[in-house]
Design a protein around this ligand. Structure first.
Ligand code: UGA
Length: 434
């Protein structure tokens, strides 16, 4: 099948690469010439395990092309996938300007009948709106049908999540179009859920909002555990073994971040408000997350009293491991709070330092190793659970720091290892301090 993908962000690029891997002829379009130039050279603009290798292999096999020309990409495309961003606006709603532009570009270059698939996360009703734009601007001799096909891949495991998805949602009002999209995904051997366009749009938001709520729930449980002397690790394990609850997304920490959960929860709240539905549970999800992102700073204030002049080594900047993405990363809020309180922050992350510099500038210092960050530090904050931090050489860390005090925002250090280093003072989330 010939497939055109609009947008080469996380979703567009991962989708394009994976569809070429299962044998389709894919052409990815982006208006950013520099990005297309790098992609043609086999360079992925994002850090995503496994993606670049597949990109190089499929491009070499001639199944994966990159262009800035909609005319070239849409010529002969049986399926056109829209995967451009829908960033958050100030009022919490989703900014649809990129997707509207994509619709106009499609309409202007549609030369044969196609299926237009919206993969971007869009508020309920957007597929209908985009359909009306394409209808208005297209050449009337060509026909098209819309399919809502939301994406559930996670950054850091985008390739695996695409190739081994739990389900593929296909929302359509046209059986032929739905069949065509099923045919495209058939080699993946993943269960399909066929539904209406509006239900498909809602499934995406409801899924992300539910997962975000699950995280806020376990974070509240963790905070309570910390006070009543229970251990959230055992509590989460005990809860998760109940199949109705499930073990995933019960990892407490310093709140969810990234380009999806914060934005999508607020967008769903916005939709609820616009429609007069009082979704108070989601409001609490957001409030708990805001509180949780400040938790390490609060714990440090409780320990030190005053943070003025204290040196904090911040380990991890990315919003989660295996990505260099800094969007809505808890590290940003933590770094800003610490510097506001007069602390000196030196941060290290295996891959996100360049992106972090664009956001935090010279308000904090950046180190190129854990050791460099920890020299003479009064405290270590573990902010992202990179494997490198899980395996930290604690004895060396202890001798490098001024005071061996660790605030572990991701509960990623093992209790036995900490106890073995008798002098470390250790503050996890929702578990007894050591
Ligand atoms: C999330 C969803 O998991 C994907 O299914 C969805 O496709 C994607 O958003 C999207 O809408 O594009 P992602 O943001 O890449 O994916 O990352 P997650 O692995 O879901 O983590 C999100 C945040 O939750 C991270 O900050 C992570 O640290 C936090 N988290 C996750 C926890 O604090 N505890 C957990 O148990 C799990």
């Amino acid at each position: 099948m010939k497939i055109a993908v609009l947008g080469t962000g996380y979703v567009g690029l991962s989708t394009g690469v994976c569809l070429s891997e299962i044998g389709h002829n894919v052409i990815c379009i982006d208006t950013d010439e520099q990005k297309i130039k790098s992609l043609r050279q086999g360079i992925s603009p994002i850090y995503e395990p496994g993606l670049e290798n597949l990109l190089i292999q499929n491009a070499a096999a001639g199944r994966l092309l990159f262009t800035t020309s909609h005319r070239e990409a849409l010529n002969g495309a049986e399926i056109i996938i829209i995967a451009v961003g829908t960033p958050q606006m100030e009022d919490g709603g989703a900014d649809l300007s990129y997707i509207v532009q994509a619709a106009k570009d499609i309409a202007a270059n549609l030369v044969q009948s196609s299926v237009v698939v919206i993969k971007s996360t869009v508020p309920v009703g957007t597929n209908d709106f985009i359909k009306s734009i394409i209808e208005e601007h297209r050449n009337e001799s060509v026909t098209f049908n819309m399919v809502s096909n939301p994406e559930f891949l996670r950054q850091g495991s985008a390739v695996m999540d695409t190739m081994q998805a739990d389900r593929i949602i296909i929302g359509s009002e046209n059986d032929e179009a739905a069949k065509k999209v099923q045919e495209m995904y058939r080699p993946l051997n993943v269960p399909f859920i066929l539904t209406s366009i509006r239900s498909a749009e809602m499934i995406k938001y409801a899924s992300n909002a539910f997962l975000a709520t699950k995280i806020s729930f376990i974070n509240e449980v963790a905070n309570l555990c910390g006070v009543v002397g229970a251990d959230v690790k055992d509590v989460a394990k005990g809860m998760g073994k109940d199949k109705r609850i499930g073990e995933a997304f019960l990892q407490p920490g310093i709140g969810y971040g990234g380009s999806c959960f914060p934005k999508d929860v607020k967008a769903l709240l916005h939709t609820a408000n616009l429609n007069g539905v009082h979704f108070s549970l989601l409001k609490e999800t957001v409030a708990i997350n805001d509180f949780q992102q400040e938790l390490l700073v609060t714990k440090a204030i409780n320990r030190f009293g005053d943070l003025k002049g204290k040196k904090v080594a911040m380990l991890g900047l990315a919003f989660k491991p295996e990505t260099d993405d800094m969007r809505e990363a808890p590290s940003i809020k933590i770094a800003r709070s610490l510097t506001k309180l007069g602390a000196e922050v030196v941060a290290y992350d295996p891959v996100a330092v360049d992106n972090a510099k664009n956001i935090l500038g010279d308000t904090i210092r950046f180190a190129s190793t854990v050791r460099e960050a920890a020299v003479n530090a009064d405290a270590v904050f573990i902010v992202t659970e990179w494997k490198e931090f899980r395996l930290l050489d604690l004895k060396t860390l202890m001798t490098t720091m001024r005071r061996p005090i660790v605030f572990d925002g991701r509960n990623c250090l093992e209790e036995d290892r900490i106890r073995a280093c008798k002098k470390i003072e250790y503050y996890p989330i929702g578990r007894p301090a050591i």
